[in-house]
Design a protein around this ligand. Structure first.
Ligand code: G16
Ligand code: MG
Length: 220
């Protein structure tokens, strides 16, 4: 069976993690507290409302459901303003080359993101055309580390979980991929991604051949 690739968006294909961080930081500051970059790592891959819950807990702040809806909307407004100005320049190193190579090889590809803003980002960065399926925060109910997002992507690609390789920058996402029974390529800083089958700095550090090797180690 051929492999299928499922890509996380933020922090893997594009550099939006920094915008999420800025917007959440601004929100926390407006409530009179701050959080660290290490705490921010825990927010990666986690959906909007769950992220807000975690941040409020760090700040020791309690809010009603209605207030939380307003706070999340405010963060999203700031975030959308930032990503609306994104360009193809913010596509991370190696991304275009790898996606093109996979496409040429006929490898099926899906997006597996927690974001509800994925279509805007894919449009701004001109990446939409690479994907055979898009699963994002608008189509899943359970946030990573739940495997739902990746299982849905595999289903849409008509691929068995054993044939899927997930690309993730978040601890919650790596956990989700493992729970889905898939191979996982960790992107970024190794200390934050235990459990990944291989760790790379960015997509420039992996080839189609190496991705295929993950599924069938040792086959030449
Ligand atoms: C991304 C980010 C998370 C963010 C989530 C929801 O997930 O990593 O930090 O909280 O999407 O985003 P939004 O508020 O745009 O719906 P992923 O899975 O693409 O890394
Ligand atoms: Mg991510």
């Amino acid at each position: 069976q051929p492999i299928a690739c499922i890509f996380d968006l933020d922090g893997v294909l594009v550099d939006t993690a920094v915008y999420h961080y800025q917007a959440w930081k601004q929100l926390a500051n407006s409530l009179g507290f701050d959080f660290t970059e290490l705490q921010n790592e825990q927010l990666k891959g986690v959906n909007r409302m769950r992220s807000l819950d975690m941040i409020l807990q760090w700040g020791g702040v309690e809010k009603s459901k209605e207030e939380k809806e307003l706070l999340a909307a405010k963060k999203n407004e700031w975030y959308v303003a930032m990503i609306s100005k994104m360009t193809v320049k913010e596509v991370l190193p190696g991304t275009l080359e790898l996606l093109k190579a996979l496409k040429i090889q006929g490898v099926k590809m899906a997006l597996g993101s927690a974001s509800k803003n994925s279509s805007l980002i894919l449009e701004r960065t001109e990446l939409a055309g690479f994907f055979d399926a898009i699963v994002d925060g608008n189509s899943v109910t359970s946030s990573k580390p739940d495997p739902e997002v990746f299982l849905k992507a595999a289903e849409l690609l008509v691929a068995a979980k054993e044939d899927c390789v997930v690309f993730e920058d978040a601890a919650a996402g790596v956990e989700a991929a493992i729970a889905a029974g898939m191979k996982v390529v960790g992107i970024g800083n190794s200390t934050h991604l235990p459990g990944a089958d291989v760790l790379i700095k960015d997509l420039s550090e992996i080839t189609v051949r190496e991705i295929e090797e993950l599924k069938n180690p040792g086959t030449e």
